[in-house]
Design a protein around this ligand. Structure first.
Ligand code: SF4
Length: 74
């Protein structure tokens, strides 16, 4: 069973190099900080953002974006 906010999106700041693919392609999910690194606008999302989040994760050359179900322990 899914809940309203059961998708967790995170950006690993140690991996992000700030070339901006994620916030250029998915501005509804990501923005940049003052230094140009990616920031998730909101960590918790409903399942309607899954496709965009997974797309962003696969498109990130640094593998800095993680998407997981909230119920899944990492
Ligand atoms: S695509 Fe990846 S490395 Fe590039 S800004 Fe986004 S999170 Fe950072």
């Amino acid at each position: 069973m899914t809940t309203e906010h059961d998708l967790v999106i995170t950006v690993d700041r140690d991996r992000c190099v700030g070339h901006g693919r994620c916030f250029d392609l998915h501005p509804q999910l990501f923005t940049s900080d003052d230094l140009g690194f990616s920031v998730v606008k909101s960590t918790l999302h409903d399942q309607s953002t899954r496709d965009a989040a997974l797309d962003a994760s696969l498109d990130c050359p640094e593998r800095a974006i993680s998407v997981r179900d909230r119920s899944t322990r990492s």
